[in-house]
Design a protein around this ligand. Sequence first.
Ligand code: CTP
Ligand code: CA
Length: 238
Amino acid sequence: QGQGDYQLPLAGRTVTISAGGTREPLDPVRFLGNRSSGKQGVALALAARDAGATVRLLAAHMEVPPPAGVEVVRVETALQLREAALAAAADSDVVIMSAAVADFRPAEVSDTKIKKRDDSADPVITLVRNPDILHELVERRNAGDAGPASQLIVGFAAETGDSDGDVLAYAEAKLRRKGCDLLVVNHVGTDKVFGQDTNAVVILARSGSEPQEAAGSKADVSAAIINRISYELNHVLP
Ligand code: CTP
Ligand code: CA
């Protein structure tokens, strides 16, 4: 470092960010999808880039273009995202799973367009579970099989709360189940979060530190998340 230089908090770090919503094909023209816009993931990519990181964006379906100055890997399905994420994790200091990953995919994908026919019963779509990419990233990191041992893994959760538990209770359970280092929790209701430009989140840490709140534009929230990640990397991890 030269005189008067200051170090950006993520300089020299590689950050992989998944964004958008996966699409699970039924036939060549149809898919099962979700309402994720990709805005949060793109805002995170910008914030990480501006913090000096080398950024790799694993882009599932997004309504917004990827930002300049980041490497983009396009994916469609959860299985493709899994491949891309496991490969990218190998040399990433941070992996952020902000993509909305389909929990299930159609058990069979038709090579040809599914036709409606008057002489046959209405179709039933059988679904099978997709792998849990976040959980797998954590297991691999913990086993020392992939990526730097000190890799920081961040999950996202959109929770609603219901009669069985509130948002934070569900989020705490999810953090423990997933084993990631940080879990960024959105409170979702109708019209909230998906496709919106503003956001309010709580960041939970596996280390058990106090939940941290962040609110504002997706850019503000992303900057707060990236700051927290920088802090964990530079002050908490060995
Ligand atoms: N995720 C993942 N692979 C999946 C599903 C989810 O990596 N197959 C990641 C998401 O990108 C997110 C986190 O896991 O970072 C939490 O996603 P969420 O859908 O809230 O968790 P689930 O375990 O799928 O629980 P739920 O039953 O509430 O959907
Ligand atoms: Ca899910």
